[in-house]
Unconditional design. Structure first.
Length: 117
């Protein structure tokens, strides 16, 4: 039987993974964009990975939601870095929008998790 905490963890994990997809789509379609989009996509992905680790640790009971600020101290700057680097790239407008969208969604997820604590 899945507990309520596990269900919430699954939902948050899925939302986090879905949030990163827009940043990776331009690179999946055009591998030549990697040199130009690599740094912002890595920053967004790192923020998402930190968030996934946090959600997993809360789900298994290793940490409580009170630790969200400590994890967010790493995740939010990575998300902001992805936002800034993605908005100032020399790639197509659509690719920049995709990275900015992913960064914004990840930052919104961080703010939601901080608020829940």
């Amino acid at each position: 039987m899945i507990t309520d905490e596990a269900e919430v963890g699954i939902v948050f994990s899925a939302l986090t993974l879905v949030s990163v997809i827009p940043a990776w789509v331009p690179i999946a379609w055009n591998h030549q964009l990697w040199p130009k989009l690599g740094r912002p996509v890595i920053a967004v992905t790192l923020s998402a990975l930190v968030q996934l680790v946090f959600v997993y640790c809360v789900t298994i009971g290793l940490f409580t939601l009170d630790y969200s600020l400590r994890f967010a101290a790493v995740g939010i700057p990575c998300g902001v870095l992805g936002l800034v680097l993605g908005s100032k790239g020399s790639v197509s407008r659509g690719a920049r929008i995709a990275v900015v969208l992913s960064s914004s969604l990840i930052l919104a997820m961080w703010l939601l998790q901080i608020t829940l604590h």
